[in-house]
Design a binder for this molecule. Sequence first.
Ligand code: GDP
Length: 334
Amino acid sequence: MEMCMQLRRKKVDQPNPAEQQSNNESQRWFSRLRSGMEKSRKNLVSKVSGVFSRFTPGSEEFWEEIEATLIQADVGVKATTLIVDSLKERAKEKKIGNAEDLLNLMEAELANILGEESPVFAWKEGLLNIFLVVGVNGTGKTTTLAKIGQRAQKEGKKVMFAAADTFRAAAIEQLEIWAERVGGDIIKHKRGSDPAAVVFDAIQAAKARSVDLLLVDTAGRLHTYENLMEELKKVKRVAQREAPDAEIGTILVVDATTGQNALAQAKIFNEALGVDKIILTKLDGTAKGGIVIAIAEEIGLPITLIGVGEQVEDLQDFRPKEFVEALLESNGNP
Ligand code: GDP
């Protein structure tokens, strides 16, 4: 059965040059997203299509099969139950009789769970933005932070980095390299010093130098998880105290390849610290793209950016509707 989820044409009129450029950019963006999502798409689409092709209205067995498929694709039990219950009800109500209409219903359901876009930047003229970037080691925290800095620079903003992961000497060095590459200032102390003191100094420097965005790299591992959370809470308190007028965002980076672990980390960090937004990295390296749905449903926090590769442009704004299209689009489409 042909299960095409064709991209809808956005414009019928001939676009002007500015619109044309923006269309081209948006196509490039979509094609990077699409290729980054290759594994997840194959995993989810081939399985879902297989099951959907056996759709028989009223068959309980069919719904059980769909449920199992979504759970296997890391969509999570809670989100799966919600999706299946809603699909069942709406399919009955709308008297859906074929698989393609059902797939369209599912697309709408997934987009609904993912909610609205939550852009990473919300510049306010003259206001300091501070991002406390948190997450366990190896999730891609430091590279992601650097990529955000690069983006802000491109938008003409002044960026500063704070090396508040003082637990590892390598973390400070890595951030220094990135700061140089990106062209932002860096505030650092010696290894083993108090991260809250680094943040204190960084905020004073950021104010003095009229910085737009202060990116704080934090530790992702300490002797215990409790120590880590206490340290991060202190860093946040100091930031709030020293920059009461600033826009302070706590941004959690999680690695999609870790599947349900990413979900567990999001719960822990959010409970301890209060997370504002989530960045999901390494979606290109996994077939577990369904984790995006699980995070949105179970944690209820917006995903602001996704990583679909190691290049700077592979850190993309998370656009729920396009993401669902890229995830569900069948392989044969352009
Ligand atoms: P940290 O320990 O959390 O600071 O992690 P790093 O920033 O050092 O990143 C760990 C590795 O993940 C590096 O090799 C990054 O290039 C890689 N990485 C980060 N984001 C992505 C992504 O979206 N896709 C892929 N494939 N690799 C990524």
